[in-house]
Design a protein around this ligand. Sequence first.
Ligand code: DMJ
Length: 915
Amino acid sequence: MSEAGGGRGCGSPVPQRAPWSLVAATAALCLVSATSVGTAVAAPMSREEKQKLGNQVLEMFDHAYGNYMEHAYPADELMPLTCRGRVRGQEPSRGDVDDALGKFSLTLIDSLDTLVVLNKTKEFEEAVRKVLRDVNLDNDVVVSVFETNIRVLGGLLGGHSLAIMLKEKGEYMQWYNDELLQMAKQLGYKLLPAFNTTSGLPYPRINLKFGIRKPEARTGTETDTCTACAGTLILEFAALSRFTGATIFEEYARKALDFLWEKRQRSSNLVGVTINIHTGDWVRKDSGVGAGIDSYYEYLLKAYVLLGDDSFLERFNTHYDAIMRYISQPPLLLDVHIHKPMLNARTWMDALLAFFPGLQVLKGDIRPAIETHEMLYQVIKKHNFLPEAFTTDFRVHWAQHPLRPEFAESTYFLYKATGDPYYLEVGKTLIENLNKYARVPCGFAAMKDVRTGSHEDRMDSFFLAEMFKYLYLLFADKEDIIFDIEDYIFTTEAHLLPLWLSTTNQSISKKNTTSEYTELDDSNFDWTCPNTQILFPNDPLYAQSIREPLKNVVDKSCPRGISRVREESFRSGAKPPLRARDFMATNPEHLEILKKMGAASSIDAEDGLRFMQEMIELSSQQQKEQQLPPRAVQIVSHPFFGRVVLTAGPAQFGLDLSKHKETRGFVASSKPYNGCSELTNPEAVMGKIALIQRGQCMFAEKARNIQNAGAIGGIVIDDNEGSSSDTAPLFQMAGDGKDTDDIKIPMLFLFSKEGSIILDAIREYEEVEVLLSDKAKDRDPELENEEQPSSENDSQNQSAEQIISISQAVDLVDQESPEESSLNSHPESLSPADSDDAASISPSEQTSNPTEDHETTSLDGECTDLDNQLQEQSETEEDSSPNVSWGKKVQPIDSILADWNEDIEAFEMMEKDEL
Ligand code: DMJ
């Protein structure tokens, strides 16, 4: 079976395999063979155009990989803004996200098989030599078992898989003698102590040198892990076992999967997000297909494909059935409670779920894959990237985007399944956006905030492992790749494992598997090869016809989130449920409905629980919306040319950059630097944007002093050395408690690290021009001309070198900072104000922009009856009492919520009992 290009036909014999594995192994091929069936409205793309785009991907990879190798290696990752390596312990801690870094040259290992896919065989040979020469797996570092498995073990195995393929071809890697596999085995043994729990679920972290138990280990006290963390091991561990003959790895990974299967919630067949590794109790009982669970499902299906073991397919199908019954609300995928699966657990989705359409393609369920992918694409078109989380009405919930590859992955698989050139156009947009918004002189920088376009000093290794592979393969024809990609399966990190492993060293396959799955009613399962006639029923415009009704789903969305049971009951005449956003404490009817909730029917109870949850979310959303969104400082002068965008805190006074055009000007430091008295260098700041240090007086006082000296704007730079927006939530600068209408210029706040980038640029280039705005602007077209692709490499390299000297001057001090992890990092906590400015600082979170928040029309601009009724109801009530503000609602709602506490406890007890 293959996940990639076309080839063998459906049901073609693979004699060594068990019959069912043969069926699954060819399933994706069957999808692939549909390529000729699915055509669409998008014009076909010529071979030349595809090649041009493929070459662009190669050039982008060179830019990312080249800068990593030149400026970061042997560090784990590149910091593309300061152009240096990220070495754990030498940078402020970012919390969980740093657990991927084990001082083992992560990016190099994660890039190995990408080099071969991209035809960079020579570079691959060099990279393998470097890994063998330089990488030490015995560091005293605590790492994530999950990340180390998918990125490092997977990277080594992918590298080994392609090294032996090349060796066999007879030209490259002739010296290779399984050295990467030996490293992989060494790493495998280092991870094994993590499985030393009664459940067999692994500890989430391990010390590479000291394991779990030793006193020096600094780990082993954790009690919980995420489902994906424990359930995403089987491909790498089984491959390691089958390559080496050491069965223990596959056995351990199987045991962990068996345990998770045992613990699934028996009536819904769903799993929660986190589980206690000792007791097996679900710790978080919400369930979706994104963060915390995603690759558990992926590995069940792919384990079946790679290992040919029916039990994995049965489990996958059971879960898939539950997912489609409860979580899939096309085009949305919404988390639900495992015990009350008709009840949504959230009103937002996370970016990791973007892999799911790709998995649905592998399963052969194309329609919902097309729908969800289309919805995600529209979110991307709105924000240039997929924000880490977005609400059911497509507002930004968490604004970061760490250059995740999941959407590119799904685009690739959908193209392979449908052959619809539309998906090539989607890929082209992804390439354009990466180059336009994420490319910086020294690599590609993650987006700190998709709304402002600001960057984060971060380029994760998965960007090289996955993004470039999927984008390159999307545009590649068979002859563009030096081996047959159909002979391999992609791991969750897009590492390639050969399918022939299914018939190698399979003695362990059945040893530890539970037999319980055989009792399941599997009469509805797809045991046969998906029929392309059903997938694309004689209609060349099949994919297009599914996308068409969704074409405006994001721009004109209707209110969402009603469970399907409730929706049906409402359609049959029942009164619409009371939604938190419509609730008014002054409305006696509402209070009456509230009292009834939970009392009569299960539908009322469901309404009640949803209402509580919505109320809590609404309350925090409202709080956020009262705060100003972050702003951007974009460096527009040479050699930055608008490519580096820093995230900045707004001020509650002065020019509001969201309402006015941006302010552009050269920067100058004020004297005194703290700006707390009349400036002694007015001639230097006149007509410029003044830089002022935080501290010693109020922000408004600083603003007045620079304004009096003739400055056209001001940037306050944090005096707390080493502070950074990577590790601390942004502030908004408040006034001084008096009237601040006299302050007319815009004022922004930068943490020390971001401020240093400007200060260092002044040292290096003297004239530094910046743009203060609410959203980064496109690069100056004139400057674009200087950077045509032909000269791009040179100009990039030159820029990179110039930047490196900036980075050397950026002196980050290791400091205590709030823990932050990528998907758990929504900055809820407020950064403490320093003593002198305390009264004038208020917190500014990464919030949705209130101006874009209230679109509530529907698909195709027309709401369904249900949605219309809800909307009308809401509008009428708002009209009838226009003066009721959120502030007035808060108190009664709080007290009403307090009354619900008992019910919440009862609900939680009920959940426990059901376990
Ligand atoms: C990758 O490391 C893997 O795909 C993982 O399964 C989750 N997502 C990240 C990239 O977003």
